[in-house]
Design a protein around this ligand. Structure first.
Ligand code: DX5
Ligand code: ZN
Length: 226
C-alpha cells in the first residue's frame, strides 16, 4: 500500500505572540504534524525557543510535535524536551559526538518517543546509513539550517534519492523528511526523489489561507492520493 504524505508546518514562521492560536489554525487546516525548530545560536546562527515554550504550547493542540533540535550536544536536553511533550526528537548528525549518538537515540526510544536524525546540505547521505535501524525519521535539510524563508537547494535531491533507495533496499520503515524552501514549486521534486514528509514554514504561515496552502502542497506532493 502506498504511504501517506505527511505535512508538518513549521511554527518558526508563525506569529510568536500567538503560538497557541497559530498551532490550532494549522491543526484545523489539515496539518499532520507541527514542526518546532529549536536553535541555540551556536549550531546555527539564530536563536528560537526551548523546552519551556514547547511545554506551554502542548495543551493548545493535539498535533504530533516534531521537534527539530538545531543545538550543539543535544543529549544535554533530551529529558527536558521529552517532558515538554515532544513526540519526535530529531538530532543533527553534525551536532552529536559519534560516541554519544547511539546512547541519545536509545534514551529517546526508551521514553517511548520517535527518533530522527538530520543532515545539513554539506553532509553526505551516507552519514545516516549506519543509523537507519535506530531511527524513525531521516531529515535531509534542503536549505542551510537557521532561518525560514530561504530558497530550496536542488543539489540536495540526490541525497533524498540515495536515502530512499537505502531505506527501501533494507526494507525499513523510516520516514524521509525534507525541510527548507518547500513550497508549491519545490515539493513535487522532493516527493519524486522519495521524501514522504515535508516541513513548510513560510509557505503555510505566510499564506493568507493556511488550510488552502496545506491542501495544495499535499496535492502537489501526491497528485494521486490512495
Ligand atoms: C530552518 C528550519 C525550517 C524552517 C523552514 O532551519 O529547520 O524548519 O522553518 O522554513 P521554510 O519552509 O520557510 O523554508
Ligand atoms: Zn526544521
Amino acid at each position: 500500500m502506498k504511504k501517506r504524505i505527511l505535512l508538518a508546518p513549521s511554527i518558526l514562521s508563525s506569529d510568536f505572540a500567538r503560538l497557541g492560536e497559530e498551532a490550532r489554525r494549522v491543526e484545523q487546516g489539515g496539518a499532520d504534524w507541527l514542526h518546532l525548530d529549536v536553535m541555540d545560536g551556536i549550531f546555527v546562527p539564530n536563536l528560537t525557543f526551548g523546552a519551556a515554550v514547547i511545554a506551554a504550547l502542548r495543551p493548545h493542540t493535539a498535533l504530533f510535535f516534531d521537534v527539530h533540535l538545531m543545538i550543539t550536544q543535544p543529549e544535554r536536553y533530551l529529558d527536558d524536551f521529552i517532558r515538554a511533550g515532544a513526540d519526535l526528537l530529531t538530532l543533527h548528525l553534525e551536532a552529536c559526538g559519534e560516541a554519544g549518538l547511539p546512547e541519545a537515540l536509545k534514551t529517546i526510544r526508551a521514553a517511548g518517543k520517535k527518533t530522527g536524525l538530520s543532515i545539513k546540505p554539506g553532509t553526505p547521505a551516507e552519514g545516516l546509513f549506519s543509523y537507519l535501524e535506530q531511527i524513525d525519521l531521516a531529515l535531509v535539510m534542503t536549505v542551510e539550517p537557521g532561518f525560514g524563508g530561504q530558497r530550496f537547494l536542488p543539489e540536495t535531491l540526490p541525497k533524498i534519492k540515495a536515502l530512499r533507495e537505502e531505506i527501501s533496499r533494507r526494507g525499513l520503515d523510516v520516514i524521509l523528511q525534507a525541510d527548507g524552501g518547500i513550497n508549491e514549486e519545490t515539493i513535487a521534486g522532493a516527493a519524486r526523489a522519495g521524501a514522504d514528509c515535508f516541513v513548510a514554514g513560510s509557505a503555510v504561515f505566510g499564506a493568507s489561507d493556511p488550510a488552502q496552502a496545506i491542501a495544495r502542497l499535499r496535492q502537489r506532493a501526491d497528485p494521486i492520493p490512495q
